[in-house]
Ligand binder design. Structure first.
Ligand SMILES: NC(=O)c1ccc[n+]([C@@H]2O[C@H](COP(=O)([O-])OP(=O)(O)OC[C@H]3O[C@@H](n4cnc5c(N)ncnc54)[C@H](OP(=O)(O)O)[C@@H]3O)[C@@H](O)[C@H]2O)c1
Length: 293
């Protein structure tokens, strides 16, 4: 198949490398204006990809968007004229809230969302390290998307495990819930995930997860505050040595994905008339840091 990877950063480079290795045609669409980009994954030989060619973008059967959430809308607006009307759009990023604008922009294309737990790190613009094996869940946003379940087999062949989710919103909310608990706190205090196991974070984490569970339930998503709290503890323990993506964004003075994580929670809470004061306080604290740069 013809794949276009839009936003070939750490996760996009990882997929580009595995997809081409599985025999697919893969082109890139990056901010870099160079016509070719070389990517070396782990110890594999470097591979050259075409980059920024509108004709190749137009031939893509699948447009895999691995931008960070805040970039999705404006980048897709800029490339919309070059995307085939039958191309499958697959958005893979943390957080929620980009699907609506994407659907408005591409009303006739199949639209899928994905969440992944693979770990990828880019030590330089031409290298990517696959730092952790994980799984990728994908599911449909619109009617045409429901006909694209076959893509699971294609992607699974390249970078397993990939699973189809009939309720992708459930998987995305589960991830948002964990991100709401771990990301803002680690970013504000500039700490590793494991440090959230300390006693003085307990009541704040309890409140965050209780608020998130209420909003999820109001959205018709399965959620239990105690179960969510336990999952958060498990993730804190399993990723104790890691810095969260928001911690790193704030440390490097890059705009974080807060609007699509805690911000999405707050927006959804408002539509149901639910108060989420602890999450709101964390949201404003992160925004304040970003606005101070
Ligand atoms: N990395 C992981 O292990 C991991 C794991 C799970 C989920 N995720 C999620 O996956 C998403 C991507 O993360 P990532 O770590 O791959 O981030 P990343 O390395 O920053 O990748 C994003 C890429 O988008 C590019 N980009 C920004 N603006 C663009 C534009 N106007 N046109 C084209 N490309 C543009 C960036 O270019 P520049 O290189 O020029 O900045 C960068 O290469 C995030 O939502 C993240 O939370 C990441």
């Amino acid at each position: 198949m013809n794949f276009a990877i839009v936003g070939p950063g750490a996760i996009g480079s990882l997929w580009a490398s595995y997809l081409i290795q599985a025999g697919h045609h893969v082109c890139l669409w990056s901010r870099n204006s160079s016509p070719h980009i070389s990517i070396q994954r782990d110890e594999c030989p470097a591979i050259q990809f075409h980059n920024g060619h509108t004709e190749q973008l137009a031939q893509a059967d699948v447009v895999l968007v691995t931008l960070k959430a805040p970039q999705v809308q404006h980048v897709l607006e800029s490339i919309a004229p070059h995307i085939d009307k039958d191309a499958i759009l697959l958005l893979m990023h943390n957080g929620m809230g980009t699907a609506k604008a994407t659907q408005t922009l591409f009303p006739n294309n199949p639209l899928l969302l994905a969440t992944t737990t693979h770990g990828a790190y880019r030590p330089s613009s031409t290298q990517v390290l696959h730092t952790g094996q994980g799984q990728t869940l994908i599911g449909a946003v619109n009617q045409k998307g429901t006909q694209c379940e076959f893509l699971v087999e294609v992607l699974n062949h390249a970078l397993p495990q990939v699973h189809w989710q009939h309720q992708i919103n459930q998987a995305l909310w589960n991830k948002v819930a964990i991100n709401c608990a771990i990301n803002p706190l680690t970013a504000l205090h500039q700490i590793r995930n494991g440090e959230l196991a300390a006693v003085h974070y307990r009541s704040q984490l309890d409140s965050i997860t209780t608020e998130v569970a209420l909003v999820m339930q109001a959205e018709g998503i399965d959620a239990d505050a105690q179960h969510l709290r336990k999952t958060v503890n498990d993730v804190i323990e399993a990723t104790a040595n890691n810095y969260s993506s928001m911690e790193q964004d704030i440390a490097h003075q890059r705009p974080s994905e807060i609007d699509f994580i805690t911000g999405h929670l707050i927006k959804t809470a408002r539509t149901h008339g639910i108060d989420v004061p602890v999450n709101e306080q964390l949201y404003h604290a992160i925004k304040q840091i970003e606005q101070s740069w």
